[in-house]
Design a protein around this ligand. Sequence first.
Ligand code: SF4
Ligand code: FES
Length: 258
Amino acid sequence: MDLVLHVWRQPGPGADGRFVRYEAKSVSPDMSFLELLDVLNEALTARREEPIAFDHDCREGICGSCGVVINGRPHGPQHATTACQLHLRRFRDGEEIWVEPWRARAFPVVKDLVVDRGAFDRIVQAGGFITARTGSAPEANATPVPKRDADRAMDAAACIGCGACVAACPNASAMLFVAAKVSHLAALPQGQPERYDRVARMVDVMDAAGFGACTNHGECMAACPKEISIDVIAQLNRDLLRATLAPPPEGKAWTGAA
Ligand code: SF4
Ligand code: FES
């Protein structure tokens, strides 16, 4: 199939960017979208032109690094599919495709299609952990987890940190991502000791990073390749309210303002 690509080219952070038109001729419909960019980059390199910078790692929908906006939709037109798992057969022969980076103040463009998602790392550093004794592995049955709680935790843990929820949100809110991390640990016994401290700290860092507020558009859930439900945001709001209003346990203070 033949495709025409309009790719956002930006030489560096803060530099002016623009769409550049490229033609891809006789490409296989079985190629992934990232393989199309690979083929395009080989042609650019052969012509001694600067290849297109884009993020990728696993190419299996696991690592969350391959986020790009394709024809106005984070990760492209296929529901619940990362850009690396999107195949060209989803497009029409001769179609024109616009490719651009995530657009959010908290995700500044590094180059071309690559953005700095370090804000997500800082949020996880603030609370995406539990405190546990090191040493030998605990007996597997020592901490029983009801099936319903295990399922809720697993559903939230499916978040790959790609940032599509932020890119899709008109407010560039990171609430779905943060709520997935909060809900994952809040559903498990291991996550209880730091539960309310965690949510206060993660929301503080989220706000400081420049993400917008959640106004319940639901675009995040529609764009999420892992189908994280906005139910997790309700969980975050409940825990944040508790962290704000309820007194902390004796001898302990919630850190971070809510
Ligand atoms: S909630 Fe979904 S869209 Fe947002 S970072 Fe996680 S996997 Fe990506
Ligand atoms: S490259 Fe890892 S999720 Fe796409």
